[in-house]
Design a protein around this ligand. Structure first.
Ligand code: PMP
Length: 397
């Protein structure tokens, strides 16, 4: 039989695979890669912040001093010295034995869902929330409930109404993706108490917490109740995302199961990357490096706020002023839809991410996310002017 005469293979997709969708953002990123487009769309850190020289030196040193071990299979928990560094970095008492090094914090979301979610389980998220978390949770076939949220974070009364039987609450208290908002100290204290009273576990995701501009945000929720929370952290925004290095801090009740899930998923996080990152970070590297990221991002946020104030006059666009992180959240005038605006903006040479995909349930179709970190100040000025022109053109239709 020739190849093209073989009977057709019957590939049958699992129901979980049918719940997987291409990321809306990745689709948009393809558009923004066209030459000449100024992109406020991606969630990419500024490549200017990547410490290339430090990595070059650290790679050479790891290979020279420890090459064979660095290239061998390794423990699923992660590289010991890196786990110790993570524990020491965090602002509450953490035993390195509670730290699990993950292949990006994105893997932490996947492992949490695998270990805690059955088909039909309720999980609670903010409104809106991180799209990548919705994607990571979806294959476990949960019922995802968006808890009402305001500029300060979750509405605790709505949380209490929705919490019955929920497996966990997924929450981003610092410079949230997508809104850039931060939860106040009072709201954190109240949320921590409310969740404990409800017996509701918390999954706290904090990839942006170090990227504050004027003052550090209040302490993490996990520091208030370490046995009631899983904490997810990342090196993507303070070192480099291509390392795919993140971590979880898990209570004793959960750690062994998360470790088994990690083992099944990929045996361990690349040992070479872990050793190189640990080598780069020794001798307080981050204490010198992260302030430079903060001041770069702060100047870019300021440039975007100034450009918005200048260009959007008379347009009734609303926007917030995040105290850190990478994103700003805006809302179009009544009657406009950010998904409809996008092709008009791209035609003017600028891209952003419509807010709708970040909502677990009812979306606010007027909302959109603007990243202020990857474009230069000149591009921010030109891009916001182009965005204003596209909104004006849309308003005239
Ligand atoms: N959580 C949030 C809120 C994010 O914005 C991101 C990255 N976009 C991640 C997790 C995943 O980060 P990483 O896997 O690179 O650590």
């Amino acid at each position: 039989m020739k190849l093209n005469e073989l009977p057709q293979t019957n590939w049958r997709l699992a129901s979980r695979a049918q719940r997987m969708n291409p990321s809306f953002i990745r689709e948009i990123l393809k558009v923004t890669e066209r030459p000449g487009i100024i992109s406020f769309a991606g969630g990419l850190p500024s490549p200017k912040t990547f410490p290339v020289a430090a990595f070059q030196e650290a790679c050479a040193k790891v290979l020279r001093d420890d090459g064979q071990a660095a290239l061998q299979y390794a423990a699923s928990e992660g590289y010991g010295p890196l786990r110790e560094m993570v524990a020491a970095m965090l602002p509450w008492q953490v035993d390195p034995a509670q730290v699990l090094i993950t292949t990006g914090s994105q893997q932490g979301l996947d492992l949490v869902a695998k270990v805690l979610v059955d088909a039909g389980s309720r999980i609670l998220v903010e409104t809106p929330t991180y799209l990548g978390a919705l994607q990571a949770f979806a294959p476990m076939e949960p019922e995802v409930i968006g808890v009402a949220s305001d500029a300060g974070g979750l509405d605790l009364d709505d949380l209490s109404r929705q919490a019955t039987d929920a497996r966990f609450l997924y929450v981003l208290p610092n410079f949230q993706n997508p809104t850039g908002r931060t939860m106040s100290e009072d709201r954190r204290a109240a949320l921590s108490q409310r969740a404990a009273a409800l017996g509701l576990p918390i999954v706290e995701d904090n990839p942006y917490g170090e990227l504050w501009f004027d003052a550090a945000p209040p302490p993490p929720l996990t520091s208030r109740n370490p046995e009631g929370c899983v904490y997810l952290g990342s090196f993507s925004k303070v070192l480099a995302p291509s390392l795919r290095l993140g971590f979880m801090v898990a209570p004793a009740a959960l750690y062994p199961k998360l470790l088994q899930a990690k083992q099944a998923a990929d045996l361990h996080t690349p040992g070479f990357n872990q050793r190189v990152a640990a080598e780069v970070m020794k001798e307080s590297f981050l204490a010198r490096h992260v302030p430079a990221i903060r001041s770069l991002y702060k100047s870019q946020r300021d440039a975007m706020l100034a450009a918005l104030a200048r260009e959007m006059q008379g347009l009734s666009l609303e926007w917030n002023a995040p105290d850190g992180g990478m994103f700003l959240w805006a809302r179009l005038p009544q009657g406009m839809d950010a998904i409809e605006l996008l092709p008009k903006a791209v035609a003017q040479g600028v891209a952003f991410v419509p807010g709708a995909p970040f909502y677990a349930q009812q979306a606010d179709s007027r909302s959109l996310r603007l990243s202020f970190v990857t474009a230069t100040v000149e591009q921010i000025d030109a891009g916001i002017a182009a965005l204003a022109a596209s909104i004006r053109a849309y308003a005239r239709e």
